[in-house]
Design a protein around this ligand. Structure first.
Ligand SMILES: Nc1ncnc2c1ncn2[C@@H]1O[C@H](COP(=O)(O)OP(=O)(O)O)[C@@H](O)[C@H]1O
Ligand SMILES: [Mg+2]
Length: 248
């Protein structure tokens, strides 16, 4: 479904991605872990053509997106649902308007069909009944769930999550993790979650990729990763700082 081939990206003289290669099969759920500022969000933006690599290639469903124009990219982005940090809901709109936003804009469904789809996806995230509320009336965890409902409302083939649990308390995080697992199971969507929350990474990814110093340092099943004796992996997954490390 997605193939990333040796992508490199620098901003000024800061080389963020130094040759990143990986691929994801249709229906797979993976997580990408790595230190803050390590380039995880930059990597996700390459997958939807919001950032172009300096070199290397990104293929989505077999198509190279790097040389696409804006109109072609819009078609590719239509395959993706995105839950970005902070959920990014429109505060002036109700929950139902937020969730149905893309469906409404595309004008392919009647208002009644949209209302039905909004109810379905809100039910999936345990929020049916909140349709008329404004985002400001909801807790942080509930806003993330509205963001999740909005991301899946138009039935994307691929879901991208950027730090879905950051800023949430452990219970709200657990709820989001369980819902992400439910969405993957019920919709068979391909999913890529970026996180530095190790508990979350372990639960929602069938494979974990670790981005370290601009490259995929490891690509393993969660149980193997957590048992790893490699010092870099071991320190990262167990949150052990190295006082000699000066770049942090
Ligand atoms: N548009 C941009 N222009 C310049 N530098 C950027 C831009 N986007 C990200 N960066 C830099 O790239 C690095 C990686 O950022 P990011 O991908 O957001 O890290 P992460 O998501 O892993 O925390 C950071 O040093 C950040 O400042
Ligand atoms: Mg980020």
């Amino acid at each position: 479904m997605i193939e990333v081939r040796n992508i490199k990206k620098r901003f000024g003289n800061h080389e963020v991605l130094k040759g990143v290669t990986f691929s994801i099969e249709k229906g797979e759920a993976i997580t990408i872990i790595g230190t803050s500022g390590g380039g995880k969000s930059v990597l996700l933006k390459h997958l939807i053509g919001l950032i172009a690599p300096d070199s290397g290639e990104v293929l989505v469903a077999g198509e190279n997106i790097d040389r696409m124009n804006e109109r072609q990219l819009l078609k590719v982005r239509r395959r993706f649902g995105m839950l970005f940090q902070g959920a990014a809901l429109f505060d002036s709109m109700t929950v139902a308007e937020n969730v149905g936003f893309v469906l409404d804009r595309e004008q392919k469904m009647t208002p009644a069909e949209i209302a039905k789809r909004v109810e379905e996806v809100l039910t999936l995230v345990n929020l049916n009944g909140t349709q008329k509320k404004k985002p400001s009336e909801l807790s942080g965890g509930m806003r993330k769930r509205v963001g999740l409902a909005r991301a899946i409302a138009y039935r994307p083939e691929i879901l991208l999550y950027d730090e879905p649990t950051t800023g949430l308390d452990p219970i709200a995080s657990d709820m989001i993790d369980q819902l992400i697992i439910r969405v993957v199971e019920e919709t068979k969507v391909t999913s890529i979650a970026v996180t530095h929350d190790m508990r979350s990474a372990r639960r929602i990814g069938k494979r974990i990729l670790m981005l370290h110093q601009g490259k995929i340092y490891t690509d393993q099943k969660p149980d193997d990763l957590f048992k790893s004796e490699d010092p870099i992996i071991h320190r990262f997954v167990n949150g052990i700082a190295d006082l000699k490390e000066t770049s942090l």
